[in-house]
Design a protein. Structure first.
Length: 127
C-alpha cells in the first residue's frame, strides 16, 4: 500500500487544506500507477509547530513540506511503469504545490522509499 507521510508547518494546516492535500496526493499516485492504486494510498499529515523547523541550521517559518512516499520496492521497478520514482517525485511535488501554492515548490522535498518484500505486514502477518 502506498503511504505518504507529510511533515509541514502546523499553521499551513487550517482544516480546509488537509482534505485537498490528501486527495491530491492520492491523485499523484493514481496518475503514475492508475486509478486502482489511488484507492490504496494512505496519507498522514504531521504538523510541525512554529519555531520547530530549521533549514541550514536556522529556524524558519517557511512551509517547506517534507514528503515521504513509501511502498514495496518492487512497485518502483514495474516494466509497465517506466521511470516510476521520477514520475512520483514530479507528481507529488505538483500535488503539494497545487494545494499549498507555487511558492512551496522549490522548498518541497520528496523522498521515495522502497520497502523490501517481507518487511511489511497487515493485521499481524508479514505480507
Amino acid at each position: 500500500m502506498p503511504h505518504y507521510t507529510v511533515h509541514i508547518r502546523e499553521e499551513a494546516l487550517d482544516g480546509r487544506v488537509e482534505p485537498k492535500l490528501i486527495s491530491a496526493l492520492a491523485d499523484a499516485v493514481g496518475t503514475v500507477y492508475g486509478e486502482e492504486f489511488r484507492r490504496l494510498v494512505g496519507v498522514d499529515l504531521i504538523g510541525i509547530p512554529q519555531h520547530r523547523r530549521g533549514v541550514g541550521g536556522v529556524s524558519t517559518d517557511q512551509d517547506a513540506p517534507l514528503v515521504t512516499l513509501s511502498m514495496r520496492e518492487a512497485a518502483y521497478h514495474l516494466p509497465e511503469v517506466p521511470d516510476a520514482p521520477a514520475r512520483l517525485v514530479a507528481a507529488t511535488t505538483d500535488a503539494v504545490a497545487g494545494v499549498l501554492g507555487e511558492d512551496v515548490r522549490r522548498q518541497t522535498i520528496v523522498t521515495v522509499a522502497g520497502v523490501p518484500d517481507g518487511r511489511t505486514g497487515v493485521g499481524g502477518t508479514v505480507a
